[in-house]
Design a protein. Structure first.
Length: 184
């Protein structure tokens, strides 16, 4: 397994080099979006209206961070179960999304969209929201403030520790891991 220190702007050119199981320390701008925000994004797409951020080479982090307090920019910012966004992800990858970040397995349609678009699915460690928030140096609500913690936020991250879960070659740590550790 390799470790890559990458900026979001260069992520797209590296996706063909990433393999399932590689580590990525990601820096740059990522956008948070969960179920409610995805529904609103799709309403805009269906209406032909502009989105709150450009999908081209963007990264969406499936998270609903808690508010910051005192001198802390943001509260806990752990990943949400990615499967909840599987119905949305293929179209977003087809529209230029470079990667998503979350936790857990993805369905076949998402895996195919990742391969088709030479993109990636990265996993953050579930249950480590406080640790992940230490890698966030900026946070700004850019859309849907009425959704509270599920609003779309523009985060600035520095060396956010991630694991390549699905690569653009069809590698999948969830399938490969099961095979590797199968007892029977």
């Amino acid at each position: 397994m390799n470790t890559f220190r990458l900026g979001v702007p260069e992520l797209r050119q590296y996706t063909v080099r990433l393999k399932a199981g590689d580590r990525v320390l990601l820096s740059g701008t990522v956008y948070t979006a969960r179920d409610a925000a995805h529904k609103k994004i799709f309403e805009l797409l269906e209406a032909g209206l502009p989105l709150p951020f450009d999908l081209k080479d963007a990264v969406i982090y499936y998270a609903g961070p808690t508010p910051g307090h005192d001198d802390i920019i943001i509260g806990s910012c752990g990943p949400t179960t990615s499967g909840r966004m599987d119905g949305f992800a293929p179209r977003l990858y087809d529209l230029g999304l470079a990667a998503t970040i979350g936790k857990g397995e993805r369905n076949k349609a998402v895996a195919e969209a990742i391969v088709r678009n030479k993109a990636a699915y990265l996993c953050a460690v579930g249950g480590a929201g406080a640790l992940i928030s230490r890698h966030i140096t900026g946070a700004e609500v850019i859309a849907y403030p009425e959704l509270g913690c599920e609003s779309i936020k523009k985060l600035t991250v520095e060396d956010m520790p991630l694991l390549v879960a699905l690569d653009c070659h069809g590698g999948d740590i969830f399938k490969e891991g099961r095979e590797q550790y199968r007892l029977v």
